[in-house]
Design a protein around this ligand. Structure first.
Ligand SMILES: Nc1ncnc2c1ncn2[C@@H]1O[C@H](COP(=O)(O)OP(=O)(O)O)[C@@H](O)[C@H]1O
Ligand SMILES: [Mg+2]
Length: 243
């Protein structure tokens, strides 16, 4: 077990987290993604969503946080769980203490999850950090304590967003399939390869998972006729687009 300081890993930045300074077009893109997500979950009792992607550094954690922030802005009560117990960053992005967290609850070190949750990180947004890095993350994610935890927090929150490790590297994200409504899949323009996406989707299908939608990130600047430019575009597509 190890605990971490609030120093970000090399190259990781807080500047992509939604704030008052974020460009209008980016905020609007997240709101569009939120609307699509709300509709795709309308028929679902579970409002627990996994954010994942094929590989490391494709924007899972940033988009998980931004989707949680955007959802909380509607007044819905939102919980973000950093379920990436291998390379957790949410506590670093949000400058939170991580001496105890998800791994402490799943490992049986902390019994009362409510004592571990950081309240009102933003208005209506609570966060459960990863906790110290455990030796057996997949085992913990697939164990009965995780089911109990999701059942319990599911009673208190309108939406729960789970940050996870990359699907083509470890199985953690798909291990959550039967306890969650589905997956938001992040693809990074100019980086994520089509074969990798196909491989990830195959894994999700094989484990009876459901892709709720895609977020395309790191999109190139597109000058519009009006001369107005925006740097990042977030796209939220239906599953069919990438089959
Ligand atoms: N919209 C974006 N455009 C450019 N870089 C980004 C964007 N969102 C995140 N990043 C950067 O990409 C890197 C990986 O982001 P992160 O969200 O941690 O990905 P993952 O969780 O998939 O590893 C970080 O350095 C982050 O600062
Ligand atoms: Mg991450």
């Amino acid at each position: 077990m190890e605990s971490k300081s609030n120093r970000l890993p090399m190259g990781q930045s807080r500047r992509f987290i939604l704030s008052d300074e974020t460009q209008f077009a980016i905020k609007e893109a997240y709101k569009a993604a939120r609307t699509n997500l709300v509709f795709s979950l309308a028929e679902n009792d579970k409002k627990t969503v996994v954010i994942t992607s094929c590989s490391p550094s494709e924007g899972k954690s940033t988009n998980c946080l931004n989707m949680a922030i955007t959802m909380a802005e509607t007044g819905s009560n939102v919980l973000l769980i950093d379920s990436d117990m291998r390379k957790p960053v949410q506590h670093l992005l949000l400058r939170l203490d991580n001496k105890i967290g998800l791994s402490s609850v799943l490992g049986g070190i902390v019994r009362d999850v409510s004592k571990v949750i950081d309240r009102n990180v933003r208005s209506h947004l609570d966060v459960l950090t990863s906790g110290p890095i455990p030796p057996n993350p997949a085992e913990l994610i697939s164990g009965s304590r995780m089911t109990q935890l999701l059942d319990l927090v599911g009673e208190h929150y309108d939406y729960i967003f789970l940050d996870t490790p990359p699907i083509n590297v470890v199985t953690d994200a798909v291990l959550l399939n039967n306890r969650t409504a589905g997956i938001i899949f992040v693809v990074k323009e100019g980086f994520t390869r089509h074969e990798e996406i196909r491989e990830s989707l195959r894994k999700i299908r094989m484990t009876n998972g459901r892709v709720l939608g895609f977020i395309k990130t790191n999109c190139s600047a597109k000058p519009l006729k009006s001369g107005y430019k925006y740097k990042y575009k977030y796209k939220y597509n239906s599953y069919g687009d990438y089959r």
